[in-house]
Design a binder for this molecule. Structure first.
Ligand code: CP
Length: 307
């Protein structure tokens, strides 16, 4: 039995996790990556309910579930009774009534999980795969795992998060936990995409002021689908002012890494040829997603067993 095994009832927000729980989840993810085996012998039904599009989160939860020997109950929002007006609450209530133990949910409504957790009839455990512009805890945990593998600590690291801050559940999840873990944070990107909430966690800068000082340069996707009136600049303008160009890449410190939750808008946030450059950890982030999600599923199932 590993000291990093633990029981957590729901994993919906980084704010709800203690620092100890976070560190154990990433260390458990590293154990799985290093070859630790866990295959459940009893049947456990898990359903991945994605009401917003996803490649990485959805498929890496599936891979994690396959590796753990869990049984997946297929759900496709496009062919479900959602199209007859069924609410999210009633969909999850139904899954729970069918015996699904864990629901991994992505939904556009911020904080959707609070109402579900409060329900006395919904017995399924919840894992938040992203709620609107709210939280994305499994992405945050895989980002932390990637940083921890690189540096072995968080205290004192200089980390810049740049891009579409207001719309980014990745930025919000990461800024909260990274500050708690002792990192020094900077925020860059267009001024119209910043709100005051970020000022509580770090300093606003331009990419050119900070790029040669940071240990981690974290780029965010421009979320065109959440910009109701479109963006006020071309992709070429954005790239020139805020993106990772070859010139900026060359200013990164020798040991600095660049990260992006992906999907990357190539030649917008990051020049096409730099997405897989030596300092990029973007592919590693995707790989780590499988292992940290195994740790998340294990913790949630352990909490059910303990009940
Ligand atoms: N990073 C991330 O959440 O990617 P997907 O939207 O493809 O899941």
């Amino acid at each position: 039995m590993s000291e990093n095994q633990q029981a957590i009832q729901h994993i919906v927000s980084m704010e709800d996790l203690t620092t100890e729980q976070v560190l154990k989840l990433i260390k458990r993810g590293i154990e799985f990556k290093q070859g630790e085996k866990l295959v459940y012998q009893d049947q456990h039904l898990v359903s991945n309910l994605f009401f917003e599009d996803s490649t990485r989160t959805h498929k890496s939860f599936e891979v994690a579930e396959l590796k753990l020997g869990l049984d997946m109950v297929d759900f496709d929002a496009k062919t479900s009774s959602v199209n007859k007006g069924e609410t999210l609450y009633d969909t999850i209530l139904t899954m729970s009534a069918l015996g699904v133990e864990v629901c991994v949910i992505r939904h556009s409504q911020e904080d959707y999980y609070r109402q579900l957790i409060a329900s006395p009839t919904i017995t399924a455990s919840l894992i938040n795969g992203g709620d609107g512009s709210g939280q994305h805890p499994s992405q945050s945990l895989l980002d932390l795992m990637t940083i921890y593998e690189e540096f072995g600590h968080f205290e004192g690291l200089k980390i810049a998060i740049t891009g579409d801050l207001n719309h980014s559940r990745v930025a919000k999840s990461n800024m909260q936990i990274l500050k708690r873990l002792g990192a020094e944070l900077f925020f860059a990107g267009p001024e119209e995409w910043r709100s005051q909430e970020f000022a509580d966690y770090g300093n606003f800068v331009t990419i050119d002021e900070i790029i040669d000082q940071v240990d981690v340069m974290m780029f965010l996707r421009v979320q065109h689908e959440r910009h109701e009136s479109g963006t006020s600049f071309s992709k070429e303008d954005y790239h020139a002012k805020h993106g990772l160009t070859q010139e900026r890449y060359e200013r990164l410190k020798e040991k600095a890494i660049l990260m992006h939750p992906a999907p990357v808008n190539r030649d917008v946030e990051i020049a096409d040829h730099l997405v897989e450059a030596p300092k990029s950890r973007i592919v590693k982030q995707m790989t780590n997603g499988v292992f940290v999600r195994m740790a998340i599923l294990e913790a949630v199932l352990a909490a059910r067993k303990a009940q």
